[in-house]
Structures are given as C-alpha cells and as structure tokens.
Design a binder for this molecule. Structure first.
Ligand code: CUA
Length: 329
C-alpha cells in the first residue's frame, strides 16, 4: 500500500516536471544528490502521513473503552504524547541532518576548470566567459555551454532585481542579488541540452526568463568556444550586407555589441553570434530568420515590458536586418 501510494505520488511528480527541465531527471552530481534528498523526504513524509491516517482510522473505529480510572487514562495519554513528540523530533532531526550533509557538499568544486560570470537582467541572462589567463573572452546571452565531466563554477550577479538561477537537471538553485556575488558549481555527467529558468518572481516577464544549457564533450566545447571568441562574420548575401549598414546607422548599435563592427552598445545582449543560439528573447522563440524579424518588428508585443524599444523600420530594412542577424552564426 505504502509502495503504491509512493509510486503514485512519484509518478505525479515525474509527469508534472519531466524532460530537460526536471529535478527528477538528473545528469549532474549536485542534482543527483538533491534528487536523493527529494526521494528521502517524500518517502519519510508519506510514511508519517500514512501512520497518522492509520492511527486516526484506528481511533475512529475502535470501541470506546471505559477507562479503569482517571489516573490510568491520564497516564496512557501522557505516554502516547511523549512517544509522538520523540518520534517527531527524531524525524525532523534526521531530515535536517540529511539536508545539511547534502547541501554542504553541493558547491565544493573550487578548482573548477570553467568559470563563467553570470549577470542576470530584466529579463535575460548574460554569460561572460574567460580565456586561459582568466581574461574576459566573450559574452553570450541566454545560452550556456559547458564541457561534460568537468567542474563548472558560475559566479552569479544581478543588475536590477533578485533573480534565481536554476538548472534542475544539473544543480540546485541559487539567488542572484544585486551588489553580491554568489557561487554555484555543477558538473554535467553526460552530453545534452538542458533548460534553465529563473526561479524567483522578478517582474512581468519572470516566466519568460529561461535559458539553454548545452553540455558537450571537450572537443565540441572547445570548437564552440573558438567560434564564440572570434569576431562576427562579414555578411555574404547582398541583403545582409545592406542589413549590416542599416543596423549600424539605426539605434540598434547603441544598445548591442557585434564584435568586429562599430556596434559596441552594452545594455542589450551581445549579438556577435546571435544566430548560433537556440533561442532568442531568453527562451521565448526558437532562433529563425522569421522569429528574429518578428522580434525586431515588435519586441513589446512579444515580451511586454522588456527594455528593447521599438525601432521604426521599413519592411525592406526589416528584411535586410533580419538577413544580417541570420548570418551572425
Ligand atoms: Cu528573473 Cu524571475
């Protein structure tokens, strides 16, 4: 019976949050440890719940005995309450100790080979990578790449309000607080694409503050790193060549950086390799020429409240800029 109920509750949890953003579908040692803790706490709490219901049913069903004396009844009640208190204290202490040992071991990867400074903003993620001598190398937006089987240290900062970084399949979550640096470490145990999400309400577009984590083998990671560190490709198609000029002459260049071009704005995401990313708008849309054009045409309808203003463009200019963006692989 307990097994059945436990199985059913676990199934509800699993189907409720399965896939690449699930704390129960884990592929990293931090997330594995947390999953074990979830299962332990769920099992203990289910057992306690069943015991309480069992005692309640037993108390309701049993025939009322006439107590031998008031003293006798009093003594039995005192004993029952003492046993219940001792049992509760033991259970709570046991779970507290298990929780302490699990979480104290989580961020122990101090000799991480990959260090990424993460700066959360309303409502997107900036990932700053460093080179071999820890000098700033490049930044991406809403997409984090990590090598598998290596400790990765994320240094978390926030620009505006409190956000919370959570990649359920790889690690626990940690707050990102303006003016403070928090550290989270993780290690992916197998290649895959995982989803991260802001886990703390941070305003209008909190639910549209997702990102992609690509865990890959070392050679693939190094290849990705080299591509990202390089400046932007020059456009080849005629439409894109014009698109580049339009981009540079419009307000776009004041907010976005495209390395290797005069665009050096810093308030919006770095677009040097925007088309290499899986999504735009922090997980909002899959990256295609159509979605890029739609976003540029009307960012406030797609994601109300974000900081990108509407830049008036003719239909030709919109096509040209989106052709240029599509070539920024
Ligand atoms: Cu950032 Cu919720």
């Amino acid at each position: 019976m307990i097994r059945l109920l436990f199985g059913v509750s676990l199934l509800v949890l699993l189907t409720g949050c399965s896939g690449n953003q699930s704390a129960l579908n884990t592929h990293g040692h931090s997330a594995d440890a947390l999953k074990d803790l979830i299962i332990l706490v769920t099992a203990v709490c289910t057992a306690v719940f069943l015991m309480v219901v069992g005692f309640l049913l037993w108390a309701l069903a049993r025939k009322r005995e006439v107590p031998r004396s008031d003293n006798d009844a009093e003594r039995r009640m005192t004993l029952s309450v003492r046993i219940a208190i001792a049992f509760t204290a033991l259970t709570v202490a046991g779970l507290t100790i298990a929780s302490f040992y699990t979480t104290s071991d989580l961020n122990s990867g101090n000799d991480a080979t990959v260090v990424v400074r993460v700066k959360a903003q309303q409502w997107w993620w900036q990932f700053n990578y460093r080179g071999v001598n820890q000098e700033p190398a490049f930044q991406t937006a809403n997409e984090l790449h990590i090598p598998v089987n290596q400790d990765v240290r994320l240094e978390l900062e926030s620009l505006d309000v409190i956000h919370s970084l959570w990649i359920p399949s790889l690690a626990g979550k940690l707050d990102m607080i303006p003016g403070r640096k928090n550290i989270i470490t993780m290690r992916a145990s197998r290649p895959g694409i995982y989803r991260g999400q802001c886990a703390e309400f941070c305003g209008l577009q909190h639910s549209h503050m997702a990102f992609v984590v690509v865990a890959e083998e070392e050679p693939a990671y190094q290849q990705w790193f080299a591509v990202q560190a390089a400046p932007a490709q020059e456009p080849t198609v005629a439409e894109a060549v014009v698109g580049k000029a339009v981009f540079m002459n419009k307000p776009c260049a004041a907010c976005h950086t495209i390395r290797g071009t005069p665009a050096t704005g810093t308030s919006g995401p770095d677009l040097t390799h925007v088309a290499s990313r899986h999504t735009i708008g922090a997980g909002l849309l899959e990256t295609t020429r159509g979605s890029l054009a739609a976003w540029i045409a009307d960012p406030q309808t797609l994601k109300p409240g974000n900081n990108m203003p509407l830049v008036p463009l003719t239909s030709d200019e919109l096509r040209q800029i989106s052709a240029y963006m599509e070539e920024l692989k």
